[in-house]
Design a protein around this ligand. Sequence first.
Ligand code: MN
Length: 201
Amino acid sequence: MAFELPKLPYDYNALEPHIDARTMEIHHSKHHAGYTNNLNNAISGTDLEGKSIEEILKVGVDNTAVRNNGGGYYNHCLFWEVMSPNGGGQPSGELAEAINSSFGSFDSFKDAFSKSAATRFGSGWAWLCVHSGGKLEICSSANQDNPLMPGIGCGGFPILGLDVWEHAYYLNYQNRRPDYINSFFNVINWGEVSKRFAANK
Ligand code: MN
């Protein structure tokens, strides 16, 4: 069974004014579709065919096409889900407690995550990850790498990810990556992030 491009859980224009419809449409229907097709081509006829995407990311890092497109497939699936037109604000419950305990406060978390996203040189992602036991970690990775890949210096299970490739923001924000990062906080789906935290802590 080949991997399929997931449907967005909202319309292309649903995240405006924070993320514009044209960016969302190209990002989903061209970029994410491309990673999905190229992943399927890269694993077709190999022993990776039929494995879960998590398993492929774990064992496929030495194969450049699998690494780039498997990461691209997985990362964007996560990205669409952790945003919502009803997003923003702050988390509550256990996740809020874990953020306070790991970073001191929500504001300190926001500063550290934003800095990680802003200082990733070139293309990549910023992550919030949970380790077993509930400790949280912020990190960033290059290209389409992610924390499920061994040896990238970024551990735990990713529960929130921010795409800082220029294709994610350039039409609307041009070179102003920090403004895009700030806007992302208006669309974070904390309910979904909390679910991922609870399932992987
Ligand atoms: Mn992207």
